[in-house]
Design a protein around this ligand. Sequence first.
Ligand code: PMP
Length: 447
Amino acid sequence: FAENNAKPIWHPMAHPAEMRASPPKVIMKGEGVHVTDIEGRTVLDAVGGLWNVNLGYNCDPIKQAIAAQLDALPYYSGFRGTSTGPSIELAYELSQWFAPEGMVRTFFTSGGSDSVETALRLARQHWKIRGQGDRTKFLALKKGYHGTHFGGASVNGNANFRRNYEPLLPGCFHTPAPWAYRNPYDETDPVRLAKLCARAIEDEIAFQGADTIAAFIMEPVLGAGGVIVPPETFMPLVREICDRHDILLIADEVVTAFGRTGAWSGSRLWNVKPDFMTIAKAITCGYFPLGATLIGQKVADVFEADKTSFGAIGHGYTYSGHPVGCAAGLAALAETKRLGVNENAAARGVELSKALEALKTKHALVGDVRGTGLMAALELVSDRASKKPVDKKTMAKVADGAYEAGVMLRVSGNMIILSPPLVITAADVAKIAEGLDAGLTAASAAG
Ligand code: PMP
C-alpha cells in the first residue's frame, strides 16, 4: 500500500525523490498518546502529531463538538457582515485566556503560517494608518521558524528554508539566537548571552534605522529550530528594546501557546506582553485546521480609531473562523483548562529533562539536551569537543531503533525533537526515555 499507492503524494519538508525511494510510515489509528501504523504496530507518539495533539487522540469532547457543529452548520463565512456562533465565542474565549498577555482581539486564520502572515501584514498596515508607512522591515532571530508563506519564510531564520524560494520579501534581517550550545560569541553564561544577543538587535536597529522597522518577530521558545530556550532575561530585553524604538513585537506562539512550555504561553513564561501573538496547532489539538492572530490593545486602538483610507483589512481566508474549527477549538480549550495540562507539562517536563540528562551521561553521541515543559531536543554529535553533527544515517538509526522499541520520534537535522501530548504520564516519560536509549544504543553500535 505505502510503496505503491503513496507515489502521488509529495510530502511537506521532504525530498520527493527520497520519499519515493523510501515509503512513509502510514498511521491509521490513534488512541490516547499512542498511534498505530498500517502494519498494526502501536507506538507512543513522542512527537504529539506535530507539536499539536496536546490532549492525545480520540478525545471525546472535541469529537462530539465537531459532530454537533457539523450537524448545525458545517460552514459559513466570516467575511463582511456575517459571522458564526462558535467563531464569536472562541474569539471571546481567547481574549479571556490571553488577557494576561494583553491580547484583546482575534483574527482567525487556517493555520500557523497564515497567522504569521496576518501578523506581518497587520503590523505594516498599522504603521500606514499611523502615517509611518516607511516602517516596512522585519527583524527576526536566526534559527527562528515562522512557517512557509513568503512573509513567514522571509523572517525564517534558517537559510535552508529560504534559499530555494528567493527572492523573498525585502527588508527582513536576522540576529543571533540566544543559543547557549552554539552561538557566535562562544558564550555560555545565560545573562551575558542574552545581553550580547540583545546588543546585536540594537546594532541592527541602529544600522537599519528604527523608523524603517515595522516589527520584531520571535518565538518565546524557539521550536522547530531545535528547542532553543532563551535565558529568562532575553525576551524582556527584546520587549524593552522594541518599546524604546517604537517597534512592534510579534510573539510567534504557534508551538508555545496552550501549555507546551509549562506556562499557558511562552510570553507568560517570560512575563512579556507582545503586540501580536500568532497561534494555531493546539488551538484545536490537531482535530481541525485553525489558527489565529491575536492583537494587543495598542494596535487594536490604532485600527479602531482609524480615520485614514488605510484601516480596512484587505486580508483574510475563506476558512477564517471556520465554525467547525472554532467549535473544535472551544472544546479543546475547555478540556485543556479542565485538565490543567500546563501543570502536567511542567511536572512531566522536569522528569523528561532528568531522563535526557541521564541519556547524555550514558551516550557519547548526545552533545546537548535542552527543553522546557514538554518541548525538548537532543542534539547528536560525532565528537563532543568539536560538536560535529552526526550524519543522516545515524539519525535514521536512532529513530528506527526507537520505533522498534515502541516510540515515535521526530528527527530534524542532527536533532531529535520531542513534543509529546501534554497528557502523558510519568510512565510514558520513562517509555520515551527507554525508546531513545534503544535508538541511541542501536546507532552507537552501528557507528
Ligand atoms: N510558526 C511556528 C513557530 C511554527 O512552529 C510553525 C509550524 N511548525 C508555524 C509558524 C507554521 O504553522 P503551520 O505549519 O500550521 O502553517
